[in-house]
Design a protein around this ligand. Structure first.
Ligand code: HEC
Length: 110
């Protein structure tokens, strides 16, 4: 029984991670996406605005996603160039933790 509990407690932080922390995600997005994207206004910066991006149809050419959902954003943020070879989006390594939190935040704004 104790063993089971211990095992369970090991998984709990991972589960919380997988869910993503929207509040932390906001801060991470300001640092990692903010230099190139407006996050809360509709204006174009280096890239298109991320305001209400979750659940929207991509505005950029050359990606085959119907909407920016969790799966699409995950794939894009893991490696934009694997999705679109000539994309101008350059994203230095983003940890899984950061990526999940950013997506949770984008989702929470829709
Ligand atoms: C170095 C600048 C740069 C950084 C940093 C950057 N992006 Fe981008 N992003 C771009 C550019 C440029 C495009 C347009 C790409 C294209 O047309 O191929 C883009 C496109 C996008 C799109 C497609 C939007 C649409 O309207 O279809 C999403 C989603 C996106 N970025 C999310 C992010 C997120 C989330 C982050 C932070 C983790 C981020 N980007 C960091 C430059 C950047």
């Amino acid at each position: 029984m104790l063993k089971k509990l211990l095992l369970l407690s090991c998984f709990l932080p991972t589960l919380a991670w997988a869910e993503g922390d929207a509040l932390r995600g906001k801060t991470v997005a300001m640092v990692r996406c903010g230099p190139c994207h407006h996050l809360n206004t509709g204006f174009i910066k280096v890239g298109p605005t991320l305001k209400n991006i979750y659940g929207k149809k991509p505005t950029i050419q050359g990606v085959s996603f119907d909407v920016w959902d969790e799966a699409a954003l995950t794939a894009w943020l893991i490696n934009p160039r694997a999705i679109k070879a000539n994309t101008r989006m350059r994203l230095p390594y983003l940890s899984t933790h950061d990526r999940n939190d950013i997506i949770a935040w984008l989702k929470s704004k829709q």
